[in-house]
Design a protein around this ligand. Structure first.
Ligand code: CIR
Length: 254
């Protein structure tokens, strides 16, 4: 069960967020509307939301998933791999302290880690080694997790930005997987739900207390998730997709 969500209102500079999508810049007004609808979908899942104010100096700061990792036992302030995002940690740490008190840990230089590369499966965390998360960042995270009785395992990735760009754990042993993740031996013990290439963006979903929140417009994926018995909430994330973001990136869930 998740009780809390941390999210951040998108700033106007979102239109200058890092992008590899080649799909134009986000429309800020539409992005705001989509963000409100996303928060509504979360509220329906019975969580309390802490909404942080926009940070104009950080175009990608709506993607709160990357500068922090929230576990059952501690909050971890990461060290984001992109220079333009590193300063986001200064304003996420006070938010974490409200929930975790002094149980706050940090990823330190030369480690880098975006928590979009970290997927929680119970007490075990899979850590993508990516363009944003380096070996040192991953190994620091494993040390922190072990200190609190949890574990971490590194998964190299090549094709996508973050581990959770192509994977979503829906609890109960069910894992949505797209592209390079479909056949990874690390996940062979889980029930893999294969996302077709044409819907690969929909692999980025979140499970929140029995409901799966997913992007709208991906009917094959949606029906597979429904067949598994989940309640589904769809949200339009078109403006976030333009800056490589999706459903998971816009919240911390714990
Ligand atoms: C970035 O490149 O950092 C942002 N434009 C997108 C971050 C997406 N975050 C995530 O997948 N956790």
């Amino acid at each position: 069960m998740f009780n809390y969500i941390i999210a951040r209102t998108p700033c106007k500079a979102l239109i200058d967020g890092i992008s590899s999508a080649d799909d134009g810049k986000p429309d800020y007004d539409l992005a705001m509307k989509q963000h409100l609808a996303y928060l509504d979908a979360l509220r329906k899942c019975g969580v309390e939301i802490l909404l942080l104010p926009p940070l104009e100096d950080y175009p990608d700061s709506v993607f709160v998933e990357d500068p922090a990792l929230c576990t059952k036992h501690c909050g971890i302030v990461t060290r984001p791999g992109a220079d333009t995002r590193r300063g986001e940690i200064d304003s996420i740490e006070p938010a974490l302290r409200r929930f975790y008190g002094d149980k706050i840990e940090h990823i330190k230089a030369p480690g880098t880690l975006d928590a979009g590369d970290v997927m929680m499966v119970g007490d075990c965390f899979y850590i993508g080694k990516s363009a944003r998360t380096n070996e040192e960042g991953a190994s620091q995270l494993i040390t922190i997790l072990e200190k609190y009785g949890m574990s971490g395992h590194v998964v190299p990735l090549e094709e996508v930005l973050h581990l959770k760009t192509g994977l979503a754990y829906l609890e109960n042993g069910n894992l949505l997987a797209a592209g390079e993740f479909i056949n990874k031996p690390e996940f062979a013990h889980l029930n893999i739900i294969e996302i077709p290439e044409s819907e690969s963006y929909a692999a980025n979903c979140i499970w929140v207390n029995g409901t799966v929140i997913m992007p709208s417009g991906y009917p094959a994926t949606e029906s597979r998730i429904r067949e598994l018995g989940y309640r589904v909430e769809t949200v339009d994330t078109s403006e976030y997709r333009k800056v490589d973001g999706g459903v998971s990136c816009m919240s911390l869930r714990f």
